[in-house]
Design a protein around this ligand. Structure first.
Ligand SMILES: Cc1cc2nc3c(=O)[nH]c(=O)nc-3n(C[C@H](O)[C@H](O)[C@H](O)COP(=O)(O)OP(=O)(O)OC[C@H]3O[C@@H](n4cnc5c(N)ncnc54)[C@H](O)[C@@H]3O)c2cc1C
Length: 518
């Protein structure tokens, strides 16, 4: 019996079966053979009167935007295939990001405090035989998804939102004046919040293989030595099985959460979730200085995150907007999709509000709500530098050495360089400073990256890096246009605001505002 079989069989429910099911889905995606559903059709006839301004399919992150739009006064309905309920495992996020819930009147101060299940400090960043850094107030808040989603659901219903549980999305037909779902629910706009494996996303991506995958396994358990600190990214080992393993750990309400994750391309010969779980359990004693027999496992956690260079996803259809994991609006380095959604919640709420007010619901107009962001695209190279091709020969400590060198420079440059990066925000000045310094102090390490990531990836990255500079400049220039904005007609205002948002978020310019509480 493997360690995985032994430990997972102690947990209630068929956890091992769930892990193996996820592995089968991962295999079909890696082999490029996932079924491509026909979830969306088009019809040129008029639909006539609609019942809802917005119909949201998928309730996990869907309730966030659903609640925000219902509070703005829109007629919103939400379809959830099961029961709308948050998962038991906390979502980690940084405190200032949670301000969005207050600004949008989704939660009261008291409710927000109650949603915070855990708070810890400090957190560590460290690499095998390399640097160790401690930071404060980064991803150190654990939000209780059960309480958060239940509270948002009650607020949603109180302001007139309509929730249809146990109602799976089947198909959508787009008409020139509206969209009808399951031949029953008629709305002006359909928001797809059905996650990575949404049928709408699958159809839009046409079964294309992801460009990268992040595999995560972990657990929440009791019995660890007392520890009120966390790890944001930590490695203990050199490259093994063509993977660099990273660890993450947080104090949780009912124990300690530990994750092991790794980045890779979508080659089917790479390790799967069950084998990764076995390595996680094998390495855990070394990581947490504990014997497995001392631990009482509360739950097992696992998942994989496909990411596509062509992200965020732009669908070919009018009247459909993906949000949350289905949209691909997060960096390929992150599995913090809740955090990414909260970071964009105000922007999305304002943008959808304006799109509905000005009737800008064409595919092109909606694509501007999930715009190209060089701040996301530049992270592709980092993802590549942290993963190993199945036949690639790389010195076992190369990734650790590179990360140690880069993080040392970031630490020396100060918190304003280090902290945004750890919160998934890349900014031109910080990135340039770090790269120049690393190049200067560790030229040998930098030279090794070129054959590792490949020349094409490097050239592609240079384009995004250049765009990051351009977006930073455009965002800065756009501020001087603010007094003139009011003279624009409403439709032009919609486009102008979307471009400013793209420059702002695409240059990481949203970070300063959040830090200053603006
Ligand atoms: C192990 C692990 C740890 C994580 N830790 C963090 C963290 O600490 N911080 C963080 O920010 N993020 C974290 N995440 C990521 C976060 O959980 C996801 O980004 C988030 O759940 C995405 O929400 P979503 O609504 O977009 O998609 P999903 O979570 O996939 O939810 C999709 C929703 O749509 C519904 N649905 C699906 N199909 C249909 C259908 N046909 N009809 C109707 N409804 C449908 C589902 O029932 C579900 O409610 C973690 C994820 C994992 C796996």
């Amino acid at each position: 019996m493997s360690l995985t079989e032994e430990i997972l069989s102690q947990l209630p429910g068929d956890v091992l079966g769930g892990l193996r099911r996820s592995d089968r889905i991962l295999t079909s995606i890696r082999e490029g053979q996932p079924p491509v559903p026909t979830a969306v059709k088009e019809n040129q006839q008029q639909l006539g009167a609609v019942d809802w301004d917005v119909l949201i399919c998928g309730g996990t992150l869907g309730i966030l935007i659903g609640c925000a739009l219902a509070v703005q006064g829109f007629r919103v309905a939400l379809l959830e295939r099961g029961i709308l309920r948050g998962r038991d495992q906390e979502w980690n996020i940084s405190r200032q990001e949670l301000e969005a819930f207050l600004k949008l009147s989704l939660l009261t101060n008291a409710e927000l405090e109650q949603a915070i299940a855990t708070e810890y400090n400090p957190a560590r960043v460290g690499f095998d035989n390399g640097i160790e850094i401690w930071v404060e107030n980064v991803l150190n808040i654990g939000v209780d998804p059960v309480y958060l989603l239940e509270t948002l659901k009650q607020r949603f219903l109180a302001v007139g939102g309509k929730l249809f549980e146990n109602t799976p999305f089947g198909e959508a037909v787009i008409h020139p004046d509206g969209v009808i779902v399951n031949n029953q629910y008629k709305a002006r706009l359909l928001i797809d919040a059905m996650g990575h494996f949404s049928p709408i996303t699958q159809q839009a991506r046409q079964g294309r293989k992801p460009d990268a995958v992040c595999l995560v396994v972990g657990s929440c358990a009791q019995g660890f030595p007392e520890n009120h600190t966390g790890d944001l990214i930590l490695s203990l080992t050199p490259i093994q099985k063509q993977c660099q393993y990273f660890w993450e750990a947080f104090p949780a309400r009912d124990g300690r959460t530990t994750y092991m994750f790794t980045y890779m391309d979508a080659d089917p010969r790479h390790i799967g979730l069950e084998a990764l779980f076995e390595d996680y359990l094998r390495l855990m004693p070394k990581y947490q200085n504990v014997e497995l027999s001392q631990l009482k496992f509360q739950r097992a956690l696992f998942g994989f995150f496909p990411s596509y260079r062509q992200s965020p996803l732009h669908t070919p259809w009018s009247r459909i907007l993906p949000i949350g994991d289905s949209s691909g609006n997060q960096s390929p380095l992150s599995f913090g999709g809740f955090g990414a959604m909260v970071r964009h919640l105000e922007r999305l709420t304002e943008g959808i509000d304006e799109a509905l007010q000005t009737d800008q619901l064409s595919a092109n107009a909606l694509a501007l709500l999930q715009p190209y962001q060089p701040s996301l695209s530049v992270t592709w190279l980092f993802q590549k530098a942290m993963s190993v091709g199945i036949n690639q020969k790389i010195a076992p400590e190369q990734i650790n050495e590179l990360l140690s060198a880069v993080f040392r420079q970031m630490q020396e440059s100060g918190e304003m360089v280090l902290k945004p990066f750890l919160q998934d925000v890349v900014q031109f000045p910080a990135l340039t400073q770090t790269l120049l310094k690393t190049n200067f102090t560790h030229p040998g390490i930098v030279v090794k990256i070129i054959p590792h990531v490949g020349l094409l990836a490097l050239l592609d990255w240079l384009v995004h890096y250049g765009n990051l500079a351009v977006y930073s400049a455009l965002f800065w220039l756009s501020k001087s246009f603010e007094p003139w904005e009011k003279y624009l007609p409403n439709t032009s205002k919609y486009y102008w605001h979307r471009w400013v948002d793209a420059w702002k978020y695409g240059s990481g310019g949203d970070y300063e505002n959040r830090e200053r509480g603006i």
